[in-house]
Design a protein around this ligand. Sequence first.
Ligand SMILES: Nc1ncnc2c1ncn2[C@@H]1O[C@H](COP(=O)(O)OP(=O)(O)OP(=O)(O)O)[C@@H](O)[C@H]1O
Ligand SMILES: [Mg+2]
Length: 308
Amino acid sequence: MEEDEAGIHARGVTRSFGPVQALRGLDLTVPYGQVTALVGANGAGKTTLLLILATLLAPDAGEIRVAGYDLRTHPREARAELGWMPDTFGVYDQLTVAEYLQFFADAYGLNPREGGDRVLELLTRVHLVEMWHQPVHVLSRGQKQRLGLARALVHRPKVLLLDEPASGLDPRSRVELRDLVRSLAAEGAAVLISSHILSELEEIADRFVLVDQGATAGEYETSVLRAEARGLWRAHALEEEPLVEALNSREAPYRRQRTGGLDIGPLTEPEAAALLGELVAEGVRIFSYAPVGGALESVYLAMTEDRT
Ligand SMILES: Nc1ncnc2c1ncn2[C@@H]1O[C@H](COP(=O)(O)OP(=O)(O)OP(=O)(O)O)[C@@H](O)[C@H]1O
Ligand SMILES: [Mg+2]
């Protein structure tokens, strides 16, 4: 069935706030079983789009299906299938952590027994079990983020919308978030995630959608992006002179780094691999060779270069 092809199918979405055109005909597809990243500058329209997909904001125009349901005609059904984690956490000062999740379990119609089990399971999953009896307002920013994620998962949604979920998380929580998001996709969910931390997204996302001034500027598969992107490769050799000579003889572009090492390139992954093979074959004693930044970062920077 055509409606079931993807978790989210959006075409020609527009939305203005007075004179500001936040979305100007945006297209987006978010397949099941994959993580799709929404990338774009501040003000590009990511949060506006996510609010519309979460049925919390009406679009001016456009055709949107979430979990197969048309948002205009079946918003309730769509809402039952989607989980939403906002970029800022609402205030529910009076509730404890457990009551807060229980409230959402009730709202989604889980029976009390099932809801209780689910609350405990989720608190364990986001490492907040010990905080269960604390009022929500005492949680730190990162703990609130994790509670927000648990809330988004209460009803086992098929479609997950995450607006900058990693912001405010400590390094361990980020790794755990990444693993959790990956496992939800592996279980079949369609995940849409916005973030500015490109290197991190590269490890989570199967696909990238670049949003520029309210419209889709490009869609990429992460694996293709990695293979095609040109980036710099930082090389360290036990003796620098042979490395410099080998690069000069090939007229390979490079720059000396203040912190030591040479940045070679821009090169694609296959080019970088071929060069490394040659250098080592010539006896250059390279002990470290790694991309500077990520593939996504170099593509993103190249695409937004002419911004004034
Ligand atoms: N409620 C609102 N009223 C007026 N203008 C708004 C409103 N919400 C968003 N905008 C405007 O719409 C545009 C898109 O904003 P949006 O929050 O969607 O961007 P974003 O891509 O999420 O940015 P960021 O990366 O900073 O989170 C901006 O120009 C913003 O000022
Ligand atoms: Mg935003």
